[in-house]
Design a protein around this ligand. Structure first.
Ligand SMILES: *[C@@H]1O[C@H](CO)[C@@H](O)[C@H](O)[C@H]1NC(C)=O
Ligand SMILES: *[C@@H]1O[C@H](CO)[C@@H](O)[C@H](O)[C@H]1NC(C)=O
Ligand SMILES: *[C@@H]1O[C@H](CO)[C@@H](O)[C@H](O)[C@H]1NC(C)=O
Ligand SMILES: *[C@@H]1O[C@H](CO)[C@@H](O)[C@H](O)[C@H]1NC(C)=O
Length: 492
């Protein structure tokens, strides 16, 4: 392993070394601070005067503690969009001054933020003409960082330079966030309406070396109610009239959303010495009631990765899984590393993590990645090449599993990932007809002194439902090279 420090220690080190000033700035909307400059004059007519008088009274009361101040917001929400029938899930961020919104894959399998960028020097990029791009010259808060940026995913690569700007996400703002200004990507890494990716794993695997946005919030005392992020991902893979963009679920930071799960959250610790992914040990798996033999220890470390569509595992395990499915066979050819099986087979697959006795079911709908032209189903479990000698964990558990649970990524005490049973409210969101969420720029932050730096807090940011369709895309933080290779061949 590249790094064997415990994650809690790494978080501490990153706090000490951070160059981001992380003073909390109360926003105007919280009621704690109303900028003096806004009170330009006392309004003239009675109605305006009454409104002003009430506001002024509330302000003075809050200022001097006469009334209970509005509670400080310490958690946030980002509504997700499901792209291409559960291929990926994105949220939105707003970057720069004035803020511009961008759709980004929310990826717990990597740790860098990057955006497709238009610069005078950038060469033309095939297939990226319609991608909304960040333009540093139109942001007054952009700062140059004279360093290159490059990142390699299983599904492709992105290259460019580093820069800094103000970033808003889920109602929080970090000034001076370092991120990649990407001018080159491999084909199909991005397609409209996506502009980039926000990594939600730990700083020690960040290619940029920068503290990830979420970790800056965690490292700043008093910012979040709890040091965690949570996902509920909606399922459209088995909905025949689904659109390429559908409501994708809910991302919460700082607090879980108790309307989305029932029972307890079963937290299991990331194993000691694991690198900066969100890793759990996969300790149990069964298919059609038969147990699948698994390696122990590091050989069963699984990255819990919202940025990967399916589930990647060493070839022996995948073979063993499909040995339990009658009529299955290696897909071969363009689908090398995948298996097909009769779509009529109902699959009962269950997994367990860490020391927990809980077994989580992967629905038969999710076990099938896609129906092929010959009518067979392509399984969502695929073979990953051996990762020995790298920090990449041998198993990657993506959305195929995560759609079946409420998942919580907790940064400390100790670092762990928790799963809970989806509530009936959450289950009812699967396949639900409805508009995709729209981006929201936090207007209240415009009242914050532009020289104040650090984290500030506003109303929840939400995301984009730009109507353009996409070409089959599977962006992933970890390893989905096989997935990307087959994507254009699938029957979208
Ligand atoms: C980056 O390089 C440019 C041109 O060489 C220089 O003007 C600028 O000050 C440098 N910025 C930083 C932050 O070092
Ligand atoms: C909790 O989830 C529900 C269902 O998606 C959503 O309507 C609500 O806004 C969420 N609340 C918070 C505080 O995240
Ligand atoms: C299981 O629990 C033991 C004792 O609490 C602990 O040492 C071990 O790391 C745990 N294993 C996993 C995979 O979480
Ligand atoms: C999709 O799959 C889920 C989980 O197996 C199931 O509950 C739901 O009824 C399916 N929806 C459709 C439209 O088939």
């Amino acid at each position: 392993m590249r790094d064997s420090l415990p994650l809690s220690l790494l978080a501490l080190l990153s706090l000490l070394s951070t160059t981001v000033n992380v003073l909390a700035v109360p926003s105007a909307v919280s009621g704690q601070s109303i900028p003096i400059i806004r009170r330009s004059r006392v309004p003239q007519n009675d109605k305006d005067l009454a409104a002003w008088a009430q506001k002024h009274k509330a302000y003075i009361e809050a200022k001097y503690g006469f009334s209970k101040p509005t509670e400080k917001r310490a958690n946030g929400l980002n509504l997700l969009t499901d792209l291409q029938f559960d291929s990926s899930y994105f949220g939105s961020i707003a970057v720069g001054t004035p803020p511009t919104t961008f759709n980004v894959i929310l990826d717990t399998g990597s740790s860098d933020l990057w955006l497709s960028t238009s610069t005078s020097e950038s060469t033309s990029r095939q297939g990226q003409d319609n991608i909304p791009q960040y333009n540093p010259s139109s942001s007054s808060s952009f700062e140059q960082v004279n360093d290159t940026f490059s990142i390699q995913y299983g599904s492709g690569a992105a290259k460019g330079v580093l820069g800094k700007d103000t970033v808003q996400f889920s109602g929080f703002q970090v000034t001076g966030q370092t991120f990649g200004l990407v001018t080159q990507t491999t084909a199909q890494l991005l397609s409209t309406p996506l502009s980039g990716l926000m990594g939600l794993a730990f700083e020690d695997i960040a290619s940029s070396g920068a503290t990830p946005f979420w970790q800056t919030l965690v490292n700043t005392p008093g910012t979040l109610d709890s040091p965690l992020m949570a996902f509920q991902l909606s399922r459209y893979t088995n909905v025949t009239d689904a659109q390429p963009l559908e409501p994708g679920g809910t991302f919460n930071i700082g607090a879980v959303n108790s309307s989305l799960y029932t029972g307890d959250i079963d937290y299991q610790n990331t194993p000691d010495g694991s690198p900066g992914y969100w890793i759990l040990e996969l300790t149990s798996m069964s298919v059609q009631g038969n147990s699948i033999s698994l390696p122990s220890g590091e050989g069963a470390w699984a990255a819990i990765d919202t940025g990967t569509t399916g589930v990647g595992m060493p070839a022996e395990i995948v073979q063993n899984i499909f040995a339990q499915v009658p009529g299955s066979q290696p897909a071969g050819g363009q689908f090398d590393g995948y298996y097909t099986y009769p779509c009529s087979t109902n699959i009962d697959a269950q997994v367990g993590f860490g020391n927990s006795s809980n077994r989580w079911t992967i629905s038969s709908a999710d076990f099938a990645f896609q129906q092929l032209e010959d009518g067979s189903c392509l399984g969502a479990f695929f073979e990953l090449p051996s990762s020995s000698g790298t920090t990449t964990p041998p198993i990657i558990i993506g959305d195929t599993f995560l759609k079946n649970v409420y998942s919580v990524f907790r940064a400390s005490n100790p670092p762990s990932v928790g799963f809970a049973t989806l509530s009936s409210t959450a289950v009812s969101l699967n396949g639900a007809d409805g508009p995709v969420p729209l981006p929201t720029i936090v207007s209240s932050l415009s009242g914050v002194n532009p020289t104040s730096t650090g984290v500030s807090v506003g109303t929840g940011g939400q995301n984009n439902g730009a109507s353009s369709t996409t070409n089959g895309v599977h962006v992933a933080g970890l390893a989905v090279s096989l997935l990307t290779a087959v994507a254009p061949l699938l029957l979208w």
